[in-house]
Design a protein around this ligand. Structure first.
Ligand code: ADP
Length: 252
């Protein structure tokens, strides 16, 4: 039985000035799967991820998540495009390299911002959900603390809980551990691993190759703005393309 993928990207292109950063990227991902995007620095990984929620506006290509789709090559009027983009954005939550928490808000207030201010949800209900999420990322009891009172790993776990609080279809993670001290990486990866096994759909840009091998259902190796190799975790354990082999020799 074939199912429609939850995420579908076709022909994604993006240039910054004269530099073509994405040169036709296609990807699909099924509901409940974890997709790892790996590749050399500057290959376009973050641009792909940011295109999925239109933090970067692609020059061409189609991005669909669930029932929301934007064809960036099509010319539509501004209000139509704005509506399409809002619908697409509402299906994903983003975890940034550096968590971007509001420093003057408590942990709980950070988690309520999206659901209450943006989605207009009931505060009491959203608070119950936020507390449950904090428990899930191992931060029960930290509701009233400020980001500066937490370690970098704890802050990033709040960043993850904040993305989940929007109850998105897809969680996008942009190098979620690369700004952390090495000893804090493990606790954040453990939380992401837990999300993957509990059925969230994840797309993660990561340099943690061993983690990707263990957790990802799908691995995309991006090089020079195109997907040079893709498949399951065998892309990392038994790569076929010379470019992938070279990259893995350098990083492993
Ligand atoms: P990766 O995540 O694989 O390191 P990125 O997607 O961040 O790659 O960037 C790909 C290329 O695009 C890099 O050469 C980067 O310098 C360039 N780039 C990314 N964002 C911008 C931007 N806003 N303006 C100009 N160039 C950019």
């Amino acid at each position: 039985m074939s199912t429609t993928p939850l995420i579908e990207v076709r022909g994604l292109r993006k240039a910054f000035g004269d530099t073509e950063v994405l040169r036709g990227v296609d990807l699909t991902a099924d509901n409940g799967t974890a997709t790892a995007i790996i590749g050399p620095s500057g290959s376009g990984k973050t641009t792909v991820l940011r295109s999925l929620n239109v933090l970067e506006v692609p020059d061409a290509g189609v991005v669909r998540i669930a029932d929301a789709s934007v064809d960036f090559g099509a010319s539509v009027d501004r209000s139509t495009r704005r509506r399409e983009v809002e619908a697409l954005r509402s299906h994903s939550g983003m975890v940034f390299q550096s968590h971007n928490l509001f420093p003057h808000k408590t942990v709980l207030q950070n988690l309520l911002e999206g659901p209450v201010q943006v989605q207009g949800r009931d505060v009491e209900e959203a608070t119950v959900d936020a507390r449950r999420l904090l428990e899930q990322v191992g931060l029960a009891g930290r509701e009233d603390q400020y980001p500066s009172q937490l370690s970098g790993g704890q802050q990033q776990r709040v960043g993850i809980a904040r993305a989940l609080a929007l109850n998105p279809e897809v969680v996008l993670l942009d190098e979620p551990t690369s700004a952390l001290d090495p000893e804090l990486v493990g606790e954040v990866l453990a939380v992401i691993r837990d999300l993957a096994t509990s059925g969230w759909t994840l797309v993660i840009v990561t340099h943690e190759i061993r983690f990707a091998r263990d957790v990802a259902d799908q691995v995309l190796f991006l090089d020079g703005g195109v997907i040079a190799e893709q498949g399951g975790s065998e892309v990392l354990s038994d790569p076929q393309q010379e470019r992938t082999k070279q990259f893995l020799r350098r990083v492993l």
